[in-house]
Ligand binder design. Sequence first.
Ligand SMILES: [Zn+2]
Length: 123
Amino acid sequence: MPIYEYRATRSTRACSHCRTAFETLQGIREEPLKACPKCGGPVKRIISRCRFAVVESSDRNRQVESKIRDYEASGMWSHAAELADKHSEKIKDKGLKTRALDNYKKAGYDVDTLLKHADAIND
Ligand SMILES: [Zn+2]
C-alpha cells in the first residue's frame, strides 16, 4: 500500500498532527482524505519530493547495476570495476566496492596498490 502525505490547508485550524505533515497508508483506490483524523480540520494531499528522489535513485542504481553486469558479461573488467567503484562511493555500498575490487583483480590491476591508494586519499 502506498504512503501518502497530508498537511493542513489552513494552519489556523491545524492541530499538532496535521500542522506540519502526516503520513498515512492508503489503498490506491481509496478516496483522498479531506479532514485530519485527529482534529477534523481540512487537509490536502501533498507530494513528497523526498520519496520521488528515493525512487529515482533506486532506478538509477538498477541502471548502473545492469551496466556493470553487461561489462562483466563481456569481460570488460576494468570498465565494470571503474563503474562499480565510482557508484559504490556515491551510494556508500560496501558490497559494490568489493565487487569493484574483484573486477579490478580480473582486469589485472594490483588490488593491494589500489587499496593503499584509497587509504591515502581517505587520510
Ligand atoms: Zn489535525
